[in-house]
Design a protein around this ligand. Sequence first.
Ligand code: HBI
Ligand code: FE
Length: 293
Amino acid sequence: MRCIFMRMRRPDAPTSKPVQLRGDYTRAATDYTVQQEWDRYTEEDHAIWRTLYQRQVGLLERYAAPEFIAGIRSLGASAEHIPRMEDTNRVLSATTGWRVVAVPGLIPEEHFFAHLANRRFPVTVWIRSWDELDYLVEPDVFHDFFGHVPLLTNPAFARFMQAYGAAGQKASRAGGLKMLARLYWYMVEFGLIRTPRGLRVYGAGILSSKGETVYSIESPAPQRIAFDLERVMRTDYLIDDFQKTYFVIDRFEDLFAAGYRTDFLPLYERWRDAPGIPPGTVLPTDKLIDPIH
Ligand code: HBI
Ligand code: FE
């Protein structure tokens, strides 16, 4: 089984291969936003949401970070129906000042970064089909909503996302996009966190995938390495399989501190032309984390 993204997650994908994307981009505004048009979801769309939601929510207690579970609770997201974005926005604006905006799917990264820097999270409007429950090449409404939105209720994580968007706006000039995309991949999509009760998942790419949620915590196969900003930004990732390497933070404040206080420019200059560290590699300087703790 593969992770939910393949191919399209390359940082250059949205702009270079728009024809392969599934969404309807013709009605998007210049910032790529669209209307959610909630009334146009079919009963089948909602049934797919319900199926996905129920099987993931059952895994959260055992596998998800407490902050993620708290986010799911405070959003009051319905197990029954695809959420209405205006309902979500009432909760988000009152907690961290974020909101979600509807988009047709992957959008060019400069627009993606601009939304994040302004505390708007782009959520894809369409939902996958029945034969894609375990595997999908692009983010859909389930991945974006279930995976990403709950943690936007957490102040430290939300501040990191905003700082990430701001960093993205500078990175392209400095040749740093590839390194910055690795930070997003390993931390926002596939991040693990230590808790007093053992390792937990907070990454959206993991938490929207049943197979990888269990694998990332239970499997002896992958390496779990203590978060180190430079190490993460130098590491290549797998786009068509479960990860061989996960990075582990101790608390969301660490992520924010690294993303906000560090000047990425010297890192880009030092590493942007170097070959990436292959996934699954262990360096002598790596601090390996035992999954039991
Ligand atoms: N667009 N809708 C959407 N969702 C993403 O996660 C996304 C994107 N465009 C670009 C992008 N991600 C990547 O460049 C990340 O590496 C930042
Ligand atoms: Fe995502």
